[in-house]
Ligand binder design. Structure first.
Ligand code: TXA
Ligand code: MG
Length: 319
């Protein structure tokens, strides 16, 4: 466990501070920064281990897919496929408090942990000039959930972020109080019809004026809680958890060498490494020739709770 220490707080208006922040991010570290909605806890979205550190710092009970932040529309549509509706709302609302869920583009470098294994990616061009300047400096998408510990309210000032006492957070970029103060609207434009997944400052009315009728995600089946609507990745074959030995026909997903198979979430039993590898491993195992997956027991401690939550979803019977 890294030592908990107070992060530095520097002005986000200071180009030197932004350069320092970008260097930390590019090296796999965590930086909190202001956006016009709320403060984000940022990491390089293309770096699985860096993203795992976000979850560890937040003490998240679950690996929800995260938003990748980019400085402009061009960067956004290099990562995700631009549907006609996506282009219209992006033109009208970016930069701003709107997140678009898009199909991952061919060769999209966003880590599988960032999108929780999904074929879609949530992408946002924030309204704050300083935030876009930071993102341009980083030159990679930055994954950033709100910079609060799990279960606490989203921070709208640098002091709020500092009060969370995140271990591993190196720097807070202080951009003053957030103008909007509410998380961005999340709109899924990856399919036929736009779906509103999370309400926010860009209203349903505004979106409908641009692209016509928008489905409310709560009209779908199953899960309805705001912010929890993302479907989750599950392999197409049966998954058996807590396996201490492989049965006939099973392919193993190991932890700490327990099963002695090649695919191991972390041979040395490191939880950050295991979290970082989880979705990439599940996807790799989901291939022709594999008919059943057996997963070694993963301890519940720390990130283990989130890993096991996702493994249980992957193993749940599907209709
Ligand atoms: O205002 C904001 O959006 C802030 C600032 C920092 O930008 N960020 C934020 O991130 O609120 P987070 O991780 O707390 O919220 C991400 C939301 C969740 O509701 C998540 O389920 C949804 O976006 N989401 C992310 N990727 C998704 C995907 N591929 N499909 C569907 N929903 C997705
Ligand atoms: Mg949040």
């Amino acid at each position: 466990m890294p030592d908990s220490h107070a992060p530095q707080i520097r002005s986000m208006a200071d180009p030197d501070a932004r350069r320092a922040a970008a260097a930390i991010l590019r090296a796999g570290g965590l930086v909190a920064f202001a956006t016009e909605t709320v403060y984000g806890l940022g990491a390089d979205a293309t770096d699985e281990a860096a993203v795992a550190r976000i979850f560890e710092a937040k003490g998240r009970p679950r690996f929800n897919p995260l938003i990748s932040h980019v400085p402009d529309m061009e960067s956004a549509f290099a990562l995700g496929v631009a549907t006609p509706a996506a282009l219209v709302v992006a033109e009208a609302c970016w930069p701003g408090p709107l997140t678009l869920v898009l199909r991952r583009a061919e060769g999209c470098p966003i880590a599988w942990l960032t999108t929780a294994g999904l074929e879609t990616a949530a992408i946002r061009v924030p309204g704050s000039d300083a935030a876009r300047a930071l993102l341009a400096e980083v030159g990679r998408p930055v994954a950033a959930p709100s910079a609060n510990r799990s279960g606490r309210v989203s921070p709208t000032s640098a002091a709020h972020v500092a009060a969370e006492e995140f271990s591993d957070l190196e720097l807070i970029l202080d951009g003053g109080p957030c103008r909007v103060g509410l998380e961005s609207t999340v709109l899924d434009v990856s399919g036929e019809r736009p779906r509103l997944l999370r309400p926010g400052a860009v209203t349903r009315e505004r979106i409908e004026a641009l692209v016509g009728p928008v489905e409310l995600a709560s009209h779908g089946d199953a899960i309805t809680a705001p912010g929890m609507l993302a479907t989750h990745y599950a392999p197409s074959v049966p998954v058996r958890l807590g396996a201490t030995a492989l049965r006939d026909g099973e392919t193993g997903l190991d932890f700490a060498g327990r099963l002695g198979c090649a695919d191991d979430l972390s041979p040395r039993g490191d939880m950050v490494e295991a979290a970082a590898n989880l979705f990439a491993h599940l996807r790799r195992l989901d291939r022709p020739g594999v008919t059943a997956i057996a997963v070694a027991p993963v301890p519940e401690a720390g990130l283990g709770a989130a890993i096991n939550d996702r493994l249980r979803r992957a193993a749940a019977p599907r209709g």
